[in-house]
Design a protein around this ligand. Structure first.
Ligand code: PMT
Length: 399
């Protein structure tokens, strides 16, 4: 999977920089072309000579050469890359990346890079745990960058805790998995529903729910990053899709979401239905604001909305993959299995409001994936990481 791929390896000033030598060797063995970009502090920990020898490319550190005035173009580098990996990434570089402080060649290249970016932090446990570092990492995740979590163990300070850069072999497998999924998702057309729906009562009031769209938007980014063309039918949320391969169709009500999904689905290879669709809407909507002064009591009569997932399941053609979600508060597995069968889903993602950090609005989720044969439980992860787990499962349908 890594053969012929172009990877920019960014190295920063950490003792873990020595592991970059092993990383380059492992990547080059797999047939990858590696271009090293190193920060001035990085050069204090490992010599450019070692890195240039292992990668067979001159190491880039400065914007231009003092000797002959030649420029290193961060823009060209960013376009050349199939992926950028920053390993080790110090707290300082992570902070600069999160805030666009382009004062060295590495961060400038990062800001110009159109390819997926992987970040392997390495630092002391207290630095890693500091809210500032955690906030910067959260920003990088929100930009769509993948954080390869550090492991726990003895650190350079001899303290024991989380902050050791992940081992080179593990980092290489993360990259391999990414390119393997990309090979399966490339040029696939994927419909994703996200966010809540609003069912109008009058021009100022609606029935809605707490969905923020974070789960659906993370899925859209994960699919698009792997080469899929995504149609994202989104209920009213404040999020913005970043990737150019995501076409957003904005809707408000369940009826509008139904129309948009039914229209798009025939030309899709898959649909992932993560939206929290209102099951009922008011039978009538008042054209003018209902006045409290004129209505002492109010009864709302509700009628059912179309079930988008079940409707897509009914028209699904052989080869199309349909993925649903189940948001439950009790007897999750039982309800999810029932939805899997009734809506003709290929698999269903169960999340429960009983789990802390799962479901609406939070940046994390805890899921189980159920299909006709088995169910697999996953630990609490960021919604970006959960999206990748779902995309991996989707890729299995095409492998
Ligand atoms: O948006 P976030 O704040 O990040 O929160 C994410 C989430 C909690 C909304 C998401 O993870 C989730 O669980 N989405 C599905 C919520 C839901 O409506 O679940 P459900 O069990 O009621 O519906 C089952 C399936 O049928 C879902 O795929 C749903 O999209 C679909 N459905 C439901 C009703 C309906 N009328 N049409 C549908 O297509």
């Amino acid at each position: 999977m890594l053969k012929g791929k172009h990877i920019i390896l960014g190295i920063t000033g950490s003792i873990a920089a020595y592991k970059a030598a092993y990383l380059i060797r492992a990547l080059v063995k797999k047939g990858t072309e590696v271009q090293v970009v190193i920060t001035p502090a990085g050069k204090e920990f490992i010599t450019p000579l070692t890195l240039a020898t292992l990668s067979s490319h001159p190491v880039i550190s400065e914007f231009f050469s003092n000797r002959d005035g030649t420029w290193n173009s961060h823009v060209d580098l960013g376009l050349w890359a199939d992926a950028m990996l920053i390993a080790p990434a110090t707290a300082s570089t992570i902070g600069k990346m999160a805030n666009g402080i382009a004062d060295n060649m590495l961060v400038t290249t990062y800001l110009s890079c159109k390819a997926p970016v992987f970040v392997a932090p390495a630092m002391d446990l207290d630095m890693f745990a500091h809210p500032s570092t955690q906030q910067n990492l959260a920003r990088l995740r929100a930009f769509g960058n993948r954080i390869i979590e550090p492991t726990s163990g003895e650190l350079a300070s001899h303290l024991v805790g989380k902050g050791r850069m992940e081992e080179p072999d593990r980092i290489v497998s993360v990259l391999e998995d990414f390119f393997a999924e990309s090979a399966l998702l490339k040029d696939k057309k994927i419909l994703i529903t996200a966010g809540p729906t609003y069912e109008k009562i009058d021009p100022v009031r609606f029935i809605g729910n707490y969905s923020s769209g974070k789960m659906g938007y993370a899925l859209a980014e994960a699919c698009a990053e792997r080469g899929a063309a995504v149609t994202l039918v989104s209920g009213p949320v404040s999020l913005v899709a970043r990737h150019p391969s995501i076409q957003v169709v904005r809707v408000e009500s369940a009826a509008e979401m139904y129309e948009a999904a039914m229209e798009a689905f025939p030309s899709m290879d898959a649909a992932i239905l993560s939206a929290a669709v209102a099951d009922y809407r008011p039978e009538t909507m008042s054209d003018v604001k209902i006045k409290r002064e004129t209505t002492s009591e109010m009864t709302l009569r509700l009628v059912p909305n179309p079930d988008i997932a079940a409707s897509l399941g009914a028209v699904k053609k052989p080869g199309q993959v349909l993925v649903g979600f189940a948001l439950e508060t009790d007897r999750g597995i039982l309800h999810a299995e029932e939805k899997l069968r009734r809506k003709h889903l290929d698999f269903i993602v169960l999340n429960s409001l009983q789990d802390a950090g799962a479901g609406f609005q939070c940046d994390t989720n805890k899921i189980s994936i159920l299909d006709a044969r088995e169910h697999v439980d996953y630990p609490l992860k960021t919604k970006q990481e959960v999206a990748i787990d779902i995309v991996k499962r989707l890729a299995v349908c095409w492998s």
